[in-house]
Design a protein around this ligand. Sequence first.
Ligand SMILES: NC(=O)c1ccc[n+]([C@@H]2O[C@H](COP(=O)([O-])OP(=O)(O)OC[C@H]3O[C@@H](n4cnc5c(N)ncnc54)[C@H](OP(=O)(O)O)[C@@H]3O)[C@@H](O)[C@H]2O)c1
Length: 320
Amino acid sequence: MKAAVRFVFGPPEILRIQEMPQPIPKPNEVLIKVHAATVNRTDCANLMAKPFIMRFVVGLMKPKLPITGTDFSGVIEAVGEQVTQFKVGDKVWGFKDGGLSSHAEFMTFPEEGAMVTIPEGISFEQAAASAEGAHYAYNIINKVNLEARQKALVNGATGAIGSALVQLLIANQIDVTAVCGGEHVDLVRSLGASVVIDYQNEDFTKDAGIYDFVFDAVGKSTFSKCKPLLSDHGIYISSELGPYSQNLYFALVTPWLGGKKVIFPVPRDPKASLMLMRDLLETGKFKPLIDKSFLLEEIADAYRYVMSGRKIGNVIVTVR
Ligand SMILES: NC(=O)c1ccc[n+]([C@@H]2O[C@H](COP(=O)([O-])OP(=O)(O)OC[C@H]3O[C@@H](n4cnc5c(N)ncnc54)[C@H](OP(=O)(O)O)[C@@H]3O)[C@@H](O)[C@H]2O)c1
């Protein structure tokens, strides 16, 4: 089978499309014919093994998995003898942040892994685009107690995480002010944000609004700069550690001080995220934002585009 392969850590130029043996499912696994996947920021971190801490997950000296990819959508081609929850022909999608070799024509996956069936009327591309960013977005809001009509500011509302976060907040009846570049203001308003700030024209940290939450989905701000935006017990969450990794320190210290605090959103339980996203896709409350599509053969270009930091929502790789 054809797959995107690398044997060392490095930039997109190290990726090759080459023939690899088709995997054989173990008794508890299914064999999946991959139709689509994304190239996302987690894939980029896994490709480069950056930050260094990634090496404890993806391989200390060289990649544990030569084939790249962290999410997938496709059709089950075969099932191991112990598999009970899925059958041949099921359309499924799934995610594993440490890598699952999905940038390939076929892959195997344990039935107990983070995998769910694709709802009726949802395409393979839409399903794949409802995994990585949506999982991290859900793992931001599941760290706080949301109450209808609270106010949240989302910085980076055009990213995979930010565009999912805006929609998850709207589904929870939160009033959202979103921040993005000028050319995407209408797009972000269409996701449900009531106010959209163009960060190229206005410093959102000087906004006069007071928010219960500031969520920085692209990690471009700091707690210190966002503090004036927060209500007395407001919460700041960023998808990044901050320029000096200070968000970890603040997350440990601020809960003990009372008042405004920082939470660091350690992501867990991707299956719970997928099950929620399946419900929201089914009820029309979530529409994944999709940017460009690339063929598997063009995957190095897809990585380069994602690494540019300019992608909107999700970048898809389709497998012919
Ligand atoms: N903590 C975790 O486990 C984890 C996991 C995955 C990703 N991440 C991090 O989460 C972040 C977001 O990833 P992502 O895939 O959602 O998106 P992304 O690819 O990092 O973000 C791209 C978007 O960011 C916007 N953007 C760029 N500079 C901006 C700025 N100064 N202010 C506001 N928006 C800006 C761009 O929109 P415009 O064109 O409108 O500017 C673009 O649409 C990344 O930093 C990534 O490393 C963290």
